[in-house]
Ligand binder design. Structure first.
Ligand code: DC
Length: 225
């Protein structure tokens, strides 16, 4: 069995950052499953496919040509790294992610990422649905206010305008949609380690996860550090 580490949690909990750092630390593959939903959302918007056209959404999800290269994301050979990170793309992703047939279309695709020497996968249902037999499952969270504050700082750093109050409201709304949908809702797996990161630094979260990984998968060796 290939070592698999899943990191689930709400938007802004830092799971993407932790997943990438962890994959680098152990030299593992990394799957950003949220990017796949963002790509479907973007493709649907661009092709003006409404959410009610389930067959067309599934066609888009199954037919997208996606490539992840050196930190960049390509959709049908176009670099969409920035385009999929906007709030608008995040909201579109959250909507298409609530369509069961879209989730089904992406399931095997995600499972194909489980290859030697191992995988770190982040998302909402990595530990519950996509990789239920993963050896390490983390559920990372932080308060909505803290997650909005992190997002606010990121946007400000990029010189973009942002309203903290609006970000808190959007995060609450997205949490509500992701948690209340009927398929693969945002929920910790029963065997997940819960990590509340509101008052922890990235390095502190990473060290906790690293020690858990080493306990479960002693075969994995730290690279560099
Ligand atoms: O992690 P993210 O913000 O990039 O995810 C974008 C949206 O995709 C999010 O609102 C929920 C959805 N998503 C999902 O339903 N299942 C996943 N495994 C990953 C993301």
């Amino acid at each position: 069995m290939v070592p698999i580490i899943t990191i689930d949690g709400p938007s802004g909990s830092g799971k993407g950052t932790i997943a990438r750092l962890l994959a680098d630390r152990f030299g593992l593959h990394c799957l950003d499953s949220g990017a796949l939903y963002r790509l479907v959302g973007l493709a649907a918007e661009r092709a003006s496919v409404p959410l009610s056209s389930v067959d067309r959404l599934v066609e888009l999800a199954a037919g997208m040509e996606v490539a992840f290269r050196e930190g960049a994301v390509f959709l049908d050979q176009e670099d969409v790294t920035l385009a999929i990170r906007t709030e608008q793309a995040g909201n579109a992703a959250s909507r298409v992610a609530a369509v069961p047939e879209v989730r089904a279309a992406l399931l095997q695709w995600q499972r194909n990422y489980a290859r030697e020497p191992g995988l770190v996968a982040d998302g909402r249902d990595m530990g519950t649905v996509v990789f239920p037999t993963a050896g390490v499952k983390i559920y990372l969270t932080a308060s909505p206010e803290e997650r909005a504050r992190r997002r606010y700082n990121q946007l400000k750093e990029k010189g973009l305008d942002a309203s903290l109050a609006r970000l808190v409201a959007e995060i609450r709304e997205r949490d509500e949609r992701d948690s209340s949908r009927s398929v693969a809702p945002l929920l910790p797996a029963p065997d997940a380690q819960l990590l509340e990161s509101t008052s922890l630094s990235i390095a502190e979260v990473l060290e906790r996860v690293v020690s858990n990984v080493q306990r479960v998968y002693p075969v994995l060796v730290k690279q560099g550090a």
